[in-house]
Design a protein around this ligand. Structure first.
Ligand SMILES: [Zn+2]
Length: 93
């Protein structure tokens, strides 16, 4: 994994993989900050949770509506992470 700047929803976002203490509390695995345009992802997560969290926070960044739809984002991002890992497209790519 590496930090990166990526366009999401028409703006450039800074994705940063961070330590636990860089997040607001121990229950956060990631954070989408719409003011600083930063996505913080806890870097010590297991592979599945890392992908799930990255997808989750990227989708919040894509659209303000998705920022308000926590339950929907949570469930559907986990589904996407499962599909990506199960099909092994990244390893085969
Ligand atoms: Zn969320």
């Amino acid at each position: 994994m590496r930090d990166a700047v990526v366009p999401l929803g028409g703006r450039d976002w800074n994705i940063r993989f961070v330590r636990r203490k860089d997040l607001p509390s121990a229950r956060y695995m990631g954070l989408c900050n719409r003011e600083s345009l930063e996505l913080l992802i806890y870097k010590r997560l297991p592979e599945f949770d890392l992908l799930d969290t990255l997808i989750h926070e990227c989708r919040h960044a894509q659209n303000r509506v998705l920022f308000e739809a926590e339950e929907f984002i949570d469930e559907t991002s986990t589904e996407l992470a499962r599909a990506i890992l199960k099909t092994r497209v990244l390893q085969d790519g």
